[in-house]
Design a protein around this ligand. Sequence first.
Ligand code: SF4
Ligand code: SF4
Length: 123
Amino acid sequence: MAFVITDPCIGTKDSACVDVCPVDCIHPRKDEPEFSATTMLYIHPDECIDCGACVPACPVAAIYDSPESTPASQKELIEANSIYRAGDPALVSQAESIVKAHMASHADLMGVAPAERAAAHAK
Ligand code: SF4
Ligand code: SF4
């Protein structure tokens, strides 16, 4: 199990989760070179210790507590979280490609303000 960041992070990306994560498993951080170019942040599934601290810190409810609890509309982003590796351009690019494809195929969700997107996941 690991926590999963989903699409309300797109357009928000405020790093509040990074600030509370005790094991530094959320990337890119603001001080990493990939930060400005990435669409959202990602949780490394092998490093996440399932502490739950990031969930209440997120202002837009983008973080689910497991792949199993991640809504159907967000399932492809589980893989994006899993693939992303800071400092590896190929893996960063792969993760971002998944996110871009998600955005293209979910114009409905992208048309909703980030703060309202999590509520729309269940519909
Ligand atoms: S659940 Fe805990 S360890 Fe995992 S990403 Fe969130 S804050 Fe970090
Ligand atoms: S707190 Fe939420 S919106 Fe902010 S960077 Fe983390 S996942 Fe994205």
